[in-house]
Design a protein around this ligand. Structure first.
Ligand SMILES: Nc1ncnc2c1ncn2[C@@H]1O[C@H](COP(=O)(O)OP(=O)(O)OP(=O)(O)O)[C@@H](O)[C@H]1O
Ligand SMILES: [Mg+2]
Length: 266
């Protein structure tokens, strides 16, 4: 890849388990290009959020490194916040209920001692200036996620991590939020690390994609190519299960799953 903004190299993470340790990430490598969207996909528990926490410096690793623009991403929190914006799955949980929307968006600017126009940020995420005085519970789910995106991009960070940003939203609102993320990327030129198990949204937004299975990367590359011609048995199963559930209303049968398990043990 030419000029990656984010480089995750050989990252492994372990958690204590009842029999020794559990490897949540196993020698993971991911690169995300400037102004591009790298999606991280895989089933629940495969390590997606753990990877996001590593990039944010919140999760200790047993090996590996994360670099942003070739700087080791072990930085003071205030500098890290200027470099990485974060949008979590559930805007209700991630926004302080006691703070007005204006204060929530202003906070990263204040912490960094940076200039920024809250009204302008509200407008850029499709909210009205009057919403600055409202509180999270007075907004709809989609509006709350717009506010969370406003907070994430307030400092115009080069990297924004979105961890299941549409999972808590109705289908019609999901599309609006994806469009907003795309518009922001065009305006700000930011790179997205877009975490999701919803392949329909990944197909829409991703340039590149990394498929994870139990803490390991099993397939990586151009997203459109992987959707058209998945190489790994697990990716094939993942994509097939979307088609099956969406169009046929059934989950893959046991035989199909067994075949995949065999292929994966290679
Ligand atoms: N703090 C922790 N202590 C112990 N185990 C953890 C901790 N955080 C995550 N894990 C385990 O690490 C694995 C990966 O978890 P992670 O939350 O990264 O998965 P995920 O891919 O984000 O899943 P989901 O799609 O459900 O959000 C899981 O088995 C999880 O139980
Ligand atoms: Mg997660």
């Amino acid at each position: 890849m030419t000029d990656p903004l984010l480089k995750i190299e050989d990252v492994s993470v372990e958690f204590p388990a009842h029999k020794g340790v559990m490897r949540a990430l196993d020698h993971v490598n991911v690169e995300a290009g400037k102004g591009k969207t790298m999606a991280i996909v895989g089933e629940s528990g495969c390590g997606k959020t753990t990877l996001a926490r590593v990039v944010l410096g919140l999760q200790p690793t047993v090996s590996g490194s994360v670099t942003l623009n070739d700087d080791l991403a072990v930085l003071p929190d205030t500098i890290l916040a200027q470099r990485i914006g974060m949008v979590w799955q559930d805007p209700f949980a991630s926004l302080d209920p006691r703070w007005s929307i204006g204060r929530i968006i202003e906070e990263p600017l204040k912490l960094a001692g940076a200039d920024g126009d809250v009204t302008q940020i509200l407008k850029s995420v499709g909210l009205t200036p009057a919403m600055a005085d409202r509180f999270p519970h007075q907004l709809s789910g989609g509006q709350r996620q717009r506010a969370a995106i406003g907070r994430a991009i307030a400092l115009r960070p080069p990297l924004v991590i979105c961890d299941e940003p549409t999972a808590a939203l109705d289908l019609s609102i999901q599309a609006q939020i994806l469009n907003l993320l795309q518009d922001m990327q065009q305006d700000l030129g930011c790179t997205y690390l877009y975490i999701s198990h919803d392949l329909a949204t990944v197909r829409f937004i991703a340039d590149e994609m990394t498929v994870m299975y139990f803490g390991k990367v099993v397939e990586q590359g151009n997203a459109a190519n992987i959707f058209d011609d998945p190489q790994h048995a697990y990716t094939q199963r993942l994509l097939r299960s979307v088609v099956t559930i969406d169009s046929l209303g059934r989950v893959p049968d046991v035989e199909e799953q067994d075949e995949t398990e065999e292929a994966l043990t290679v």
